[in-house]
Write a protein that binds this ligand. Structure first.
Ligand code: DLL
Length: 432
């Protein structure tokens, strides 16, 4: 069986990796300074010259890039190659009104697909697998990224895109899909529907590659049990290339970062100060191999922890924890910082489904939080315990953990609108 992986890169010593990163960084800074007037100005304003960057120890001297820079430079202002050399764009719709448009040369596509191929390989993927890609295709990076990765390892690729759930399941059974790639919320929906269609015995899945939105360890265990798979997290963002910036291996204790291409740093989101390994902070990436859209020190707003502990899979690539929240969408309710994932953990702890919505409002100058969560079908038919008692219990638990009161509403299965892509977890009416 042929495995697609590069042990020389994924398993090189820390010293070798630092040397490789330093070499690529120096050349990338020169490329960007020479070809991107927008970034040259940022560096000039900060008084940094390309010659000041001799190794990754100098990375901290470079200015940060933010979504605001992307907005200002839209659409071509951060392009580092002539448009003639670009072969693709991908984009996000941008829920906050900031659209990201990323450009790719053919080499950039290769590099991105290779990152996804490494992710599939780490999840056990080989040329003998049938990979069903149920992420959206089109401008969203999920479908094209995993599709390309799957081709690279030589798997039979089903470019299903998202939606049309019954057809997904039919194909899954007929063609013997072994690896499913989709958002974790869509995976839950697939699992529910497989159960309803009585197809559980007919599926041959062994692994799921789930990302593009935050999901908890509790959700992992449930997906693994319901689909009979091992569930792997995958992370990425359009600005940096798409899925495959980092990926989980069999150890499932964090996602290995493809740091030969994307150098990670962790910073204090308030001060911008670089934090040591093991601390919790905002993830920042510097793209050292990309040609067309190579962002340097890009602030992702994603909060996580980095570590370089030895991994049983043998990879030496730095690992990032699951995303613990975002430095910009963290909810502040009645002055308390709330990450939706904290609430999700409580809900799943009560055996509830992961289909929930947090509705935040302001009534008489005071914040309110309503937590709408779906009962599982078993709970819905169990009238013995009483819904009100359960709602009170969850309310008390959340009050205990977060220190805020909320209105908990348990609703019937399937009454919260399903998304075929990323679930809409938070509705903040205070901003409207
Ligand atoms: O979501 C790329 C992707 C596609 C990743 C498929 C994984 C699988 P964007 O639409 O640009 O790109 O959104 C990027 O989504 O900054 C995170 O906040 C969030 N995100 C992505 N992966 C994860 C994950 C794609 N595994 C934004 N866990 C990022 C938590 C994630 N959040």
């Amino acid at each position: 069986m042929e495995l697609y992986y590069q042990p020389d890169i994924e398993r090189m010593s820390r010293t070798q990796m630092r040397d490789l990163q330093s070499k690529r960084l120096v050349s990338q800074v020169n490329h960007v300074y020479t070809n991107v007037p927008y970034y040259k100005k940022l560096m000039d304003d900060k008084g940094v010259k390309p010659s000041d960057i001799a190794s990754i120890d100098d990375l901290h001297k470079l200015p940060f890039l933010t979504k605001e820079d992307l907005r200002q430079a839209y659409p071509y202002g951060l392009l580092a190659k002539p448009l003639d050399d670009c072969v693709r764009i991908q984009s996000t719709s941008g829920t906050t009104g900031t659209r990201v448009v990323a450009f790719y040369t053919q080499n950039d596509i290769e590099l991105w697909e290779e990152s996804c191929a490494r992710a599939l390989t780490a999840a056990g993927g080989t040329k003998s697998d049938v990979v069903q890609v149920a992420y959206g295709y089109g401008l969203f990076t999920g479908g094209p990224g995993l599709n390309g990765g799957s081709h690279k390892i030589g798997s039979l690729t089903l470019p299903m895109s998202s939606g049309n759930t019954e057809r997904q399941i039919q194909f899954m059974c007929d063609l013997g899909t072994t690896i499913i790639c989709c958002t974790p919320s869509y995976a839950e929906y697939l699992a529910e529907t497989i159960e309803e269609m009585g197809m559980r015995d007919k599926i041959q899945l062994k692994a799921g590659i789930f990302g593009a939105e935050a999901w908890s360890q509790e959700m992992r265990l449930r997906l693994e049990a319901n689909l009979g798979i091992k569930a792997f997290d995958i992370y990425g963002l359009t600005e940096i290339s798409g899925p495959g910036v980092s990926f989980e291996c069999s150890e499932q204790t964090g996602m290995h970062i493809n740091e030969d291409h994307f150098i990670p740093e962790l910073i204090d989101p308030e001060t911008g100060e670089v934090l040591p390994m093991g601390e919790k902070g905002e993830l920042v990436f510097t793209c050292v191999s990309k040609e067309a859209f190579p962002l340097l020190r890009y602030r992702t707003r994603d909060i996580c922890i980095l570590n370089q502990d030895e991994c049983s899979c043998g990879r030496t690539l730095t690992k990032m924890s699951k995303i613990l929240g975002r430095s910009d969408d963290m909810l502040i309710i009645k002055g308390v910082n709330v990450f939706p994932s904290q609430i999700e953990t409580v809900l799943i702890g009560y055996g509830l489904s992961a289909n929930y919505q947090l509705i935040v409002d302001r009534v008489n100058h005071s914040d309110t939080l309503e937590i709408k969560v779906e009962l599982t079908p078993e709970m819905f038919s169990d009238t013995v315990r009483g819904i009100e008692g359960k709602e009170r219990e969850i309310h008390n638990k959340i009050a205990n953990i977060l220190g805020i009161t909320s209105k908990v509403t348990l609703v019937a299965p399937k009454s919260i609108t399903r998304s075929e892509g990323k679930a809409v977890r938070v509705i903040d009416n205070r901003k409207i």
